[in-house]
Ligand binder design. Structure first.
Ligand code: SF4
Ligand code: SF4
Length: 196
């Protein structure tokens, strides 16, 4: 759906008319809610608003056909994350063409700002976002979501997939920023294996 852009004239003179117009709109909406059943609110949590396919909800780690994580522990997402809330530890895979996988992958959802940069930076489509926005916990630890919980989320069909841009151009600036930071701060140049 195309977004409607409203240009607000900031030079409008003050006076009673804006208040009258505002109250008229409020009254109109009130009548529409009472008699037309057009409520702007929803009965959450029984009823949920529909969200778009670009919604940035809680993350999902995607899987290979054999059920192992698609992630190759390249640290691009953790490097570019502005909230520094991704923690990864890596191990070696037996396959020569994959090399690494995350033995530990955690996201602190209380620090995450849901910007989606981790999704943009990932070269493997190993991390995407869901449309889930109502994950709750009673302790801080419950909202540090680990690798297995992130992968389990593949089963969550109720919410559907969220932000996962396919266009390379959308992801490109974030990937360049991540690569630059890896190179400058850690001296790492991904994709250039050392030759022994
Ligand atoms: S959505 Fe943004 S803040 Fe959250 S983990 Fe990803 S990069 Fe970090
Ligand atoms: S950027 Fe993708 S492949 Fe690299 S560590 Fe993050 S999730 Fe794994």
């Amino acid at each position: 759906m195309a977004t409607r852009v409203v240009t607000v004239d900031r030079n409008l003179r003050t006076g009673p008319m804006p208040i009258v117009r505002g109250m008229a709109l409020t009254f109109k909406n009130m009548l529409a809610t009472w008699f037309g059943g057009k409520a702007s609110t929803v009965q959450f949590p029984e009823e949920k608003r529909k969200t778009s396919g670009r919604y940035r909800g809680v993350h999902i780690l995607t899987q290979r056909m054999d059920g192992t994580p698609k992630c190759v522990a390249c640290y691009m997402c953790a490097t570019v994350c502005p909230a520094e809330c991704i923690y990864i530890e890596s191990g070696e895979r037996p396959e020569k063409d994959i090399e690494k996988y995350p033995t530990r992958f955690e996201i602190d959802l209380l620090r995450c700002v849901y910007c989606g940069f981790c999704v943009d930076a990932c070269p493997e489509e190993a991390i995407v976002m869901s449309r889930e926005n109502d994950l709750v916990g009673t302790t801080r630890a419950e909202l540090i979501i680990d690798r297995d919980r992130l992968m389990d989320r593949n089963k969550l069909i109720e919410h559907g997939p969220g932000y996962r841009p396919e266009e390379h151009d959308v992801r490109r600036p974030v990937r360049i920023a991540a690569l630059e930071r890896l190179r400058k701060e850690h001296g790492i140049v991904p994709g250039m294996p050392q030759r022994g």
